[in-house]
Design a protein around this ligand. Structure first.
Ligand code: HEM
Length: 413
């Protein structure tokens, strides 16, 4: 039995063939193809009763520049790979242990000789709407650390970037001198956490955020039917096949009016759709939705709908960007109180940054604003409450290339 051309089939198909082949050849072929969009973590994450993926609770985003000092590129690469492999030995690859991804920015690749292959769509970040004036995250790399236990995230953070020489009692190769910290952002996602943190700015201290809600806006997100599959977000061809692209929009939310002026029905209409509000489809915080928020059958009408209802829902608009009925983004966003203010680190994985831009255009809904009485912000989903602070784009390479990849990694030692 022979293995298919890894560039010609999906990762899942390839690994299925590798399993059939078996033995060390199969294993190493599969590991070689592993990582990347597997870093989307779905296989390692739990499911709730309805079948929705449960993201890890605690998150750290470490933005770093790479500073090799006197180290050769090969030596620096080796040391970073050793540090990451040590972390994997130290923690189980699960929310109970530690999950992480490593992404590289267009600015990182631009500084190196060689160009990224055409199969990687990784433009420099830019403003995506007329309503924003963001800063751009152009640090070389973004390391996303996530775990249910805050101590695990902190230990990994300290071992990779701080003074610690061990995590969880296990020695971790010191690569901290190779990284210059640029920024550190944090957040959390889980029922009860927004309610617990409503003393932050940007939300009334007594906002009636339901106990079950995962978001400061009072609802849950990330329902299975509205998420892209790992296959959909995997780069299919070329030397970075098996990888994925990652974008992070750091969004600030201003929810005083959301909680003091809107009724529950208005909140449902703006976040999901007016139909969801009329038919009471959502429940207190989303518990009636199961694994499907049921927005796929509404979006075609968004413009007519907005004209008629005077309001259009956020999820309803976003679903217009589905391709052949299938969502393009694997959203891994989580709320934050960085700077003691409510917000969301809106982190998504997708095959190309173009996929993200298309979805963001659908969310902005300029067509809805132009063609109806609905404003560019007011009654146009949740735009009135959300402010873009920064945008960044990254490539999460497949596992074998996760330490300082060259733009054209063919021939890279
Ligand atoms: C404060 C910011 C945001 C909040 C609170 C929020 C909340 C939600 C909620 C509750 C849903 C429906 C349930 C589900 O997730 O399955 C949803 C769906 C969605 N949102 Fe957001 N969202 C935010 C920002 C964004 C942004 C900036 C984008 C894209 C650029 C986006 C893209 C999507 C997409 C693609 C869907 C699924 C649509 C589909 O079913 O195809 N969201 N969002």
């Amino acid at each position: 039995m022979t293995l298919p051309d890894p560039d010609a089939v999906s990762r899942r198909e390839f690994c299925k063939a590798a399993v059939a082949l078996g033995g060390t050849a199969g294993l190493s072929a599969c590991l070689g193809r592993d990582g990347g969009a597997d870093d989307a973590w779905n296989d390692a994450l739990d499911r709730d009763d309805a079948g929705n993926v449960v993201p890890p609770t605690h998150h750290v985003l470490r933005y770093v520049d790479v500073d090799r000092g006197d180290a050769t590129r090969a030596a620096a690469r080796e040391r970073i790979e050793a540090a990451l492999a040590d972390l994997e030995r130290t923690f189980e690859r699960s929310p109970a242990g530690l999950l992480f991804t490593v992404g590289y920015s267009p600015a990182y690749f631009d500084r190196l000789s060689g160009v990224l292959p055409a199969s990687v769509d990784l433009p420099t970040p830019r403003p995506l709407t007329g309503l924003e004036d963001p800063s751009f995250d152009e640090a070389d790399a973004l390391v996303h650390l996530a775990a249910d236990e805050p101590a695990a995230v902190l230990a990994a953070d300290e071992a990779l970037f701080g003074e610690a020489t061990a995590a969880n009692g296990v020695r971790v190769t010191d690569a901290s001198d190779l990284f210059d910290p640029v920024d550190r952002r944090t957040g959390f996602i889980g029922p009860g956490l927004p309610r617990e943190h409503r003393d932050a700015d940007g939300i009334p201290d007594d906002a009636p955020v339901p106990e079950g809600a995962k978001l400061f806006m009072g609802f849950s997100n990330g329902f299975a039917a509205s998420q892209a599959t790992e296959d959909r977000v995997t780069i299919e061809a070329g030397p970075f096949a098996g990888g994925t692209t990652e974008q992070v929009s750091t969004l600030r939310t201003q929810l005083d009016a959301w909680w003091s002026q809107e009724s529950h029905a208005q909140r449902v209409a703006k976040l999901f759709s007016p139909t969801h509000a009329d038919e009471e489809r959502v429940g207190e915080y989303g518990e009636r939705l199961g694994d499907d928020p049921g927005v796929a059958d509404l979006p075609e009408d968004a413009v007519a709908y907005a004209r008629e209802e005077g309001v259009v829902g956020h999820a309803q608009k976003a679903a217009r960007a589905r391709e052949d009925g299938v969502p393009r983004l694997l959203r891994r966003d989580f709320p934050t109180t960085d700077g003691d203010h409510t917000g969301i680190h809106f982190l998504t994985l997708q095959e190309s940054i173009g996929d993200f831009v298309a979805v963001r255009d659908a969310v902005t809904g300029a067509d809805v604003a132009d063609e109806t009485g609905v404003g560019s912000r007011i009654n146009n989903g949740i735009l009135q409450y959300v402010f873009v602070r920064s945008r960044g784009n990254f490539l999460v390479p497949p596992r074998g290339l996760r330490a300082l990849p060259d733009p054209d990694p063919r021939g890279q030692p």
